[in-house]
Design a protein around this ligand. Structure first.
Ligand SMILES: Nc1ncnc2c1ncn2[C@@H]1O[C@H](COP(=O)(O)OP(=O)(O)OP(=O)(O)O)[C@@H](O)[C@H]1O
Ligand SMILES: [Mg+2]
Length: 345
């Protein structure tokens, strides 16, 4: 199995480049390639068959590739439902799915998207996808995609959470309050804030959900280990010429801190045409010449940005690849093919 994770700040082309990457693998390799995307623009969503709350979708290619292209939306609710169906104890699936707290957790828990991305990678590998390209939410502050699942795993592993999860049903059944002082204080405080009924519901829910949460924590640890294995996972950053150096520095060091190597930096939306040659401006009006000169100077600044980046990472095992600005938005398979053709090895 191979996993490629795209990181980057907002609007730089992560989703487009991630989808193009899965497409290029599906063309070249007799494998099932899948891109898992977050919130793609409408026309790309249509091109990838991603309507509604479905799981993985097959994307037919013309002409067909050696392998298959699949796409999926990272839908928090669908992923969590899937985890409940796969891992809940027999007889508890419906109780969990219909519990009043469940929908609230799925829809509102902060960081749920990052938690579920890791869960979903595990589900996909179990379903036979061999090349998984992960598009992530824009982030600059931290690599939340990696940090949150580990934080959650730590929380679930903590003694107090385990205690509540394991003992609540027993306590509720027997009416005995056998929990420690610390837990009682916390109950009292939370009850006065939320009302006894809601607290009871939350604890009741957690007590049946605890096995899923523990299973999640275990799988998250395993998946994060896969992500840390350079034979399996490659991290790539997408940026634009204007942000290239800043983004590269940030992600390079944020990844390094966590023990993940950075494989490739894609500098997207490079202006591709060489408008500086005197031939192209011959016979042009003054206005046209001005526009050409302006284009050429912006393009020069893009080229300088790439050169700076190459200098900065000279001698490091990081690929730096530029991707051209297309004439239109990335709105379908044709545009993805054009990006795919530029991705390199
Ligand atoms: N090489 C390109 N040429 C032209 N347009 C592009 C190119 N790459 C991306 N775009 C356009 O830029 C916009 C943002 O692209 P995309 O959605 O892939 O970025 P993103 O990083 O995933 O954004 P977000 O952070 O919002 O998820 C889209 O309208 C897309 O069509
Ligand atoms: Mg995106």
């Amino acid at each position: 199995m191979k996993i490629v994770v795209y990181l980057g700040t907002g609007g730089v082309g992560k989703t487009s480049v991630a989808a193009a990457t899965a497409l290029s693998r599906a063309r070249a390799d007799a494998r099932k390639s899948l891109v898992i995307t977050i919130d793609p623009a409408m026309r790309l969503r249509t091109a990838l068959n991603l309507q509604g709350r479905s799981l993985e979708q097959h994307v037919p290619l013309l002409p067909p590739g050696k392998g298959e292209l699949w796409a999926a939306l990272l839908d928090v609710r669908a992923t969590l439902d899937d985890a409940v169906n796969m891992y809940a104890k027999k007889g508890q699936v419906d109780r969990i799915l219909n519990h009043p707290i469940y929908a609230q957790i799925a829809d509102s828990l902060v960081g749920m998207q990052e938690l579920m991305a890791v869960e979903r990678i595990d589900q996909l590998s179990r379903r036979g996808f061999e090349y998984i390209v992960v598009d992530t939410a824009p982030s600059r502050h931290a690599i939340e995609f990696l940090d949150k699942p580990m934080a959650f795993a730590d929380l679930v592993g903590s003694g107090w959470v385990k205690l509540v999860g394991r003992t609540y049903q027993f306590v509720a059944r027997t009416g005995m309050m056998s929990l420690g002082r610390k837990s009682l204080d916390l109950y009292a405080r939370v009850e006065s804030l939320l009302g006894a009924n809601l607290v009871q519901q939350i604890l009741d829910f957690y007590s049946i959900f605890v096995s899923i949460a523990e299973g999640y924590a275990h799988r998250a640890e395993k998946t994060v280990a896969l992500l840390k294995d350079p034979a399996i996972t490659e991290f790539r950053v997408v940026t634009t010429p204007q942000k290239a150096l800043r983004d590269a520095r940030f992600f390079f060091s944020a990844l390094k801190e966590r023990g993940f190597p950075l494989g490739t930096i894609y500098v997207n939306r490079m202006w591709p045409h060489d408008a500086s040659g005197d031939g192209s401006s011959k016979g042009a009006s003054a206005l046209e010449s001005d526009v050409l000169a302006w284009y050429a100077s912006v393009r020069q600044s893009h080229i300088r940005a790439i050169e700076q980046l190459r200098k900065e990472y000279n001698g490091q095992p990081v690929n730096i690849v530029s991707l051209a600005e297309l004439e239109r938005d990335v709105d379908g398979l044709g545009a993805l093919e054009r990006i795919a053709a530029q991705l390199g090895g």
